[in-house]
Design a protein around this ligand. Structure first.
Ligand SMILES: O=C(O)CCC(=O)C(=O)O
Ligand SMILES: [Fe+2]
Length: 327
């Protein structure tokens, strides 16, 4: 096992990696508190309904890359204000499940278990298994931001698992073994492909499936901004490894996923009404937690992509998920 340095100044952080190309912080303008003992920070000091200066935004962006989860508590913002904030993090990519796009802006996906007149108002039980967003796309997600609108009476937390810390702790022999390996990804949850299951990936129509590619990403993937390596999407969309028999690949992915989602790498995030949380998809896995379907929970979600020049995706292995997995 490799010993990890702990940051001397900030409780809750592991290695403070200052991303190159981000403005240096002259003086801290925003009071950030750790979300737990491992990673993640929160603040009540930011009001996204008002203009956020470039300096102030740069400070938040740096905290985001350093701490992986940034919670801006107690917001009251419109759809347009939420999209304007997300656009500063990267280019939004509308979700393939277009029937739950927000009526005012397709960049927002509505996550909700609330039904009106018998019809769902949003996507229910999205991502109730460890995964990272858009790892099934050649240019995956840099950040996902959720704006919490209705908080259930019981539960509804999101779990995060630090894949950089998990990578750092791997035995050297395992680091060497996975270094050249490319994971094969497509939309779905490797651990549960039963259509009606609450812990499967949300079902796609045939037309939506046809838009989904089969792609690869490195398993030991350097962060596109900080360069720090993480285990990348070893749970969720990874269904195989290039050049490896399927059963061997699944065994290795399962071993890595069980290891990297151990409680010692996890943060449990509890929502209050109005919280905007942003997480780093290149550094983390995350999972929604199942709740009583009658206990109302609604969040708006925007996912922004990495820069395409940073993508480490290799060849397209099959024309699409639908053609390589005929019904
Ligand atoms: O609802 C949640 O807690 C998380 C859902 C999810 O995986 C996502 O929005 O990317
Ligand atoms: Fe997700």
């Amino acid at each position: 096992m490799v010993h990890r340095e702990d940051s001397a100044t900030t409780p809750g952080s592991r290695v403070a990696t200052v991303p190159e190309g981000l403005a240096p912080i002259i003086s801290a303008m925003t009071a950030l508190q750790p979300l737990g003992s491992l990673f993640g920070v929160e603040t009540w000091d930011v009001d996204l309904s008002r203009a956020l200066s470039a300096d102030r935004f740069a400070e938040l962006e740096r905290a985001f890359y350093e701490h992986h989860v940034l919670a801006l508590r107690g917001q009251e913002i419109s759809a347009a204000q939420f999209v304007a904030f997300a656009r500063r993090l990267g280019p939004p990519q509308p979700h393939v499940i277009d029937q739950f796009h927000h009526p005012e802006d397709p960049n927002i996906l509505i996550l909700s278990n609330v039904r009106e007149n018998g019809r769902p108002t949003g996507l229910q039980d999205a991502g109730s298994y460890f995964h990272t967003d858009y790892s099934y796309l050649a240019v995956p997600a840099r950040a996902t931001t959720l704006y919490s609108r209705v908080v259930p009476k019981v539960g509804g937390d999101t779990l995060f698992a630090d894949q950089q810390a998990a990578y750092d702790d791997l035995p050297e022999a395992m680091k060497k073994r996975i270094e050249p390996l490319l994971g094969i990804h497509h939309y779905g949850n490797r651990h549960d492909v039963r259509d009606a299951s609450r812990t499967a990936a949300s079902a796609l129509s045939d037309e939506q499936k046809a838009r989904m590619p089969v792609i690869t990403h490195r398993i030991a993937r350097p962060h596109p901004v900080t360069g720090r390596k993480a285990l990348y999407a070893v749970s969720g969309s990874s269904f195989g490894i290039v050049g490896m028999p399927e059963d061997e690949a699944r065994d290795l992915l399962d071993e890595l996923a069980a290891y990297s989602t151990q409680p010692k790498y996890q943060l449990r995030f509890r929502y209050g009404v109005g919280d905007v949380v942003v997480w780093d998809n290149a550094a983390l896995l995350h999972s929604a937690t199942l709740i009583d379907p009658d206990d109302a929970r609604t969040l708006w979600r925007i996912t922004v992509l990495e820069e395409s020049r940073d993508a480490v995706a290799a060849d397209v292995l099959a024309p699409s998920f639908a053609t390589s997995h005929p019904a």
